[in-house]
Design a binder for this molecule. Structure first.
Ligand code: DLL
Length: 433
């Protein structure tokens, strides 16, 4: 089912017309109300009257995360506080957290795009959904909540954590849909097995997973563990939260509601637009947002984009799974490494578990050292040191073939790597400590 067929299946020319109209009003409104953008646009030599069609978007300046941090907490809100209904905060690793504000229209928009996402994923009015994303300042819980209400689902607002209780609720209430981070879905499966419950018999048929990178191999693990269809949902607080893109049942890319979030893919170095299919940084402009609208926001997420219509009937462009982030890319001895590449390799090897961590350090000689910690399935654990060493070497070789850089692999005992109820921490970079 398609939530809003008229919009989601709009022919390309009509979509462009609508986007152009919206962009024009969007820029005029921001320019009238935001001293920050008045200055930024003046510096770029562009004025609202230069924006006539959606293609004129390239004339506009970019916005980056530091712009939000520099105007902490409310400097980029363009509506008075009375018009802001809700505030969320995304914690970063450095500096001020990112604060985002939603007007009433923005909350409606959020509910709408998530209702579209849920529908895209296969949910239908009358279904029951267990929302196990964190409720609170994080956008995951409340975002899925609003969208579920809009679509007419019955919501169980579990939030994340209390895994045993999550499992009991699943078992007793029998929801058809689960929404949480992919790493939490795996953690819950592990806990279920420990409790003697077979996760393959769960009531969940569809899982709506996102908020962190996860590979195709991880998808297979989760689908096998829970016997469900695992759907990828993407989003970021600065744009709205979850609901910026979501897969349909065909899983051939994540549909972007481009009538409200205009996507571009650029080369992060030259800032030039890239052709469909070329990996680059995703830039988004939420062309109908009111409370804290951003122009050409650089997400730092690396994706490819496909403008061809999907066999599901939707004409919206689709982005690939997130391939990495410009800032989680680790540079080891000059070679660019994305954790997702290592994840793919690890999960393709029989005997390893989907729990891993990457530790980067600098040797005395000044050379970077990348150590890959990975858990072994209990049945593969051996008392024979030699056997373990040869397995480590085998894994290291497989990774080296893909990355082109030498790594050290350390097999660790089951349950040694910290489990996550939210976003998993995959990389520990000791070079900056
Ligand atoms: O993680 C919003 C969200 C909640 C998305 C629930 C999906 C489900 P932030 O905390 O602001 O917002 O983090 C945004 O998380 O720029 C990506 O790097 C990463 N991310 C989000 N979804 C995915 C995904 C939420 N499906 C940052 N795959 C983004 C890979 C993702 N990375």
């Amino acid at each position: 089912m398609i939530f809003n067929e008229r919009i989601e299946c709009l022919p390309n020319a009509k979509l462009k017309e609508l986007q152009g109209e919206r962009l024009k009003n969007f820029v005029a409104n921001i320019h009238a109300k935001s001293p920050f953008y008045q200055k930024k646009m003046a510096e770029s030599g562009v004025s609202p009257s230069d924006i006539k069609t959606i293609d004129d978007i390239v004339k506009l300046p970019f916005t980056v995360k530091d712009d939000l941090r520099d105007h902490y907490p409310f400097g980029l809100f363009i509506e008075p506080m009375e018009a802001i209904q809700e505030i969320h905060v995304s914690s970063g690793t450095t500096g001020n957290p990112t604060v985002v504000g939603y007007s009433r229209e923005d909350i409606d928009l959020w509910a709408d795009v998530i209702a579209r996402s849920l529908c895209c994923a296969g949910a239908e009015a009358g279904d029951m959904i267990q929302v196990a994303y964190g409720y609170g300042l994080f956008t995951g819980g409340l975002g899925l909540h609003y969208g579920s209400l809009k679509l007419g689902l019955t919501v169980i607002p579990c939030s994340s954590g209390q895994t045993k209780r999550q499992l009991k609720i699943m078992n007793d209430f029998k929801p058809r849909i689960l929404a949480c981070t992919p790493s939490y879905a795996l953690y819950m499966a592990e806990t279920a097995r420990e409790l003697g419950v077979d996760p393959r018999l769960s009531s969940w048929q569809i899982g709506i997973f996102g908020a962190e990178p996860w590979s195709e191999a991880m998808r297979k693990e989760i689908e096998k563990a829970w016997n469900i269809s695992a759907i990828d949902i993407y989003g970021l607080s600065e744009i709205i939260g979850p609901g910026v893109a979501c897969e349909c049942h065909l899983k051939k890319g994540l549909h972007v509601p481009a009538d409200v979030f205009y996507p571009e893919v650029i080369d992060p170095k030259t800032l030039e637009p890239l052709a469909s299919g070329c990996p680059g940084e995703l830039v988004l402009t939420p062309i109908t947002k009111a409370g804290m609208p951003l122009i050409r926001y650089r997400t730092r997420d690396i994706v490819t984009i496909d403008h061809a219509p999907c066999a599901c009937g939707r004409t919206s462009p689709r982005i690939s799974k997130v391939l990495g982030r410009t800032d989680d890319m680790i540079i080891v001895r000059g070679i660019n490494v994305f954790p997702s590449q290592i994840e793919e390799v690890l999960l393709a090897i029989e005997g390893t578990q989907p729990h891993y961590q990457l530790v980067i350090d600098r040797e005395k000689s000044g050379l970077d050292r990348l150590e890959v910690l990975v858990e072994l399935e209990p049945s593969f654990f051996s008392d024979e040191v030699k056997q373990l060493q040869s397995f480590e070497q085998h894994v290291a070789k497989e990774i080296e073939t893909v990355l082109g850089v030498g790594v050290k692999v350390r097999l660790v005992e089951p349950k040694t790597i910290e489990r996550s109820e939210g976003k998993a921490k995959r990389v520990i970079d000791k070079r900056s400590i």
